[in-house]
Design a protein around this ligand. Structure first.
Ligand code: NAD
Length: 496
């Protein structure tokens, strides 16, 4: 049903949510001049609704609104007041948690209860964490000589441009909104064209919370047009990007070819989970399972390579297969669903093709390997064994519910295999030996290393990659550095 630009969308269980489908610029929902984009329910392959997209004139309007807001209101507002508004937004998200989670689940295919209890709950916590920082961002006074005073200011950058992927449609946006706004920046956010709906709900809440016009602008559009134009826009001071390494390169080109805007890139990964012979294998099987199969394997940090020490390989595999067999696939709105569909047809076909590539390379399908059901983009959780590090399935990001298992003899060999990757987003080690844990955590070339667990996040701990997984940290106090620049002021004392 349509009412103005508002569509009523419906879940398989009959719940209805009203959502805007126009661009959110300068605190108003306005028609876009780009092509209409159909957003598809990956569980049914049916169109949910169409949304407006931004052409260059819409991007210009959004950037101008953000520039004006930065100059006239946001940078002049007391930091504590910025914090209060962000807290207000978090309160409204708490109130509308179910609706936001419904849109996340409908558009992306993730289980509704996980969208509510993880994605949206953690997003609220992230806003609250950075709301608390808003009035605690300050510089230092530095003693130099007796006749001078010197101090630093941690100043906002201006207008931040953000481009996000489809795998965590709400959370990836909030990881950028929260530190950017707390630090005093205004923002133009481009949602993924594949999952635009949750952020249009969030736009409504920014409006209701009372954010000044232009502080937050939310648009959607295709990457090659809207995204590319935004990342080469001269009115943008910084691009915060999450997505593939390939697109990350293009964003860098956009910056290099325009105004050398500051960049933060959160890119792909091929993270290794190392299971040592002395590990608590039952614990390792549970955490390694979540490490790869959470979010249907569509996580940048997915522990998609499992390296197991030879002497415990059979036992670990038995436990891991048993754990994987417990996965319930199905309608994202069923209470017991853990795994919904993959995001779209292209990803679905790409993942099935990788399973075939793995087999052609000599890997064995120990579990799964096929489509699940006959409607929607579901793929069985798949375990490939007999993998070698030089296989494509061990080197390339599959971004689906497919894990590759290989064996190793010594810890040194495991570290070498784990580091033999273009990526460096995350890694993990399962061991009961403290020395092994310290050796592996020190040696892995990865931005996050988990010990005896995996995929554990908190808004207070930084996250970001090494190597071709990108640079810059999201979350935690470190994220504030990404959204501020340091000015040094030196004052001469006259009359001495
Ligand atoms: P993608 O790179 O295809 O798209 C991401 C976003 O970039 C989308 O909004 C898209 O419209 C936009 N885009 C595409 N081409 C563009 C261009 N030329 N200029 C500007 N913008 C452009 O990635 P995806 O398929 O949406 O997401 C999956 C990828 O994201 C995976 O590689 C995954 O590892 C990565 N990811 C990384 C993290 C992290 O924190 N490191 C988190 C989530 C996802």
């Amino acid at each position: 049903m349509t009412q103005g630009d508002i569509q009523t969308v419906k879940t398989s269980k009959g719940q209805e949510v009203k959502v805007h489908t126009h661009l959110f610029i300068n605190n108003e929902f306005v028609p876009g001049h780009g092509p209409l984009i159909e957003t598809i329910n990956p569980a049914t392959e049916e169109v949910i609704c169409s949304v407006h997209s931004a052409d260059e004139s819409d991007v210009d309007a959004a950037v101008q609104a953000a520039k004006n807001a930065y100059k006239d209101t946001w940078r002049k507002l007391a930091p504590a007041e910025r914090g209060r508004l962000i807290h207000k937004l978090a309160d409204l998200m708490e109130r509308d948690k179910e609706e936001i989670a419904t849109l996340d689940a409908l558009d992306n295919g993730k289980a509704f209860w996980i969208a509510r209890d993880v994605d949206v709950t953690d997003s609220i916590a992230c806003f609250r964490y950075f709301a608390g920082w808003a009035d605690k961002i300050h510089g230092k006074t530095i003693d130099t000589t007796f006749d001078k005073m010197c101090y630093t200011r941690h100043e906002a950058l201006g207008v931040v441009g953000a481009v996000i992927p489809w795998n965590y449609p709400t959370m990836m946006a909030v990881w950028k909104f929260a530190p950017a706004l707390a630090a005093g920046n205004t923002i133009v956010m481009k949602t993924s064209e594949i999952t635009p709906l949750p952020l249009y709900k969030l736009a409504e809440l920014f409006q209701e919370a009372g954010f000044p016009a232009g502080v937050v602008n939310i648009i959607t559009g295709y990457g090659a047009t809207t995204g590319a134009y935004l990342s080469s826009h001269k009115g943008i001071s910084k691009m915060a990007f999450t997505g593939s390494t390939l697109t990350g390169r293009k964003i860098m080109e956009g910056s290099a070819g325009s105004n050398l805007k500051k960049l933060q890139l959160e890119l792909g990964g091929k993270s290794a989970q190392i299971v040592c012979a002395d590990a608590d294998l039952a614990n390792a099987a549970v955490h390694a399972h979540g490490g790869i199969f959470n979010n249907h394997g569509q996580s940048c940090n997915a522990g998609s390579r499992i390296l197991v020490q030879e002497e415990v390989y059979d036992k670990f595999l038995e436990l891991f297969i048993a754990e994987t067999k417990k996965i319930v696939l199905g309608d994202p709105f069923n209470d017991d669903t853990f795994q919904g569909p993959q995001i779209n047809k292209a990803q679905f076909e790409k993942i099935l093709n990788y399973i075939k590539i793995g087999q052609d390379e000599g890997a064995t399908v120990a579990l799964g390997g096929k489509r699940w059901g006959d409607k929607g983009y579901f793929i069985e959780p798949t375990i490939l064994t007999n993998c070698k590090n030089n296989m494509r399935v061990m080197q390339e990001e599959i971004f689906g519910p497919v894990v590759c298992i290989a064996t190793f003899k010594t810890i040194e060999e495991a570290i070498e295999m784990a580091n033999d990757s273009d990526y460096g987003l995350a890694g993990g080690v399962y061991t009961s030996n403290l020395d092994t844990a310290i050796t592996v955590t020190n040696e892995l070339q990865a931005g996050t290393v988990w010990v005896n667990c995996f995929d554990v996040f908190d808004q207070s701990t930084p996250f970001g990659g090494y190597k071709q997984s990108g640079f810059g940290k999201e979350l935690g106090k470190y994220a504030l550095q990404e959204y501020t620049q340091v000015k040094v002021v030196k004052i001469q004392r006259l009359g001495l």
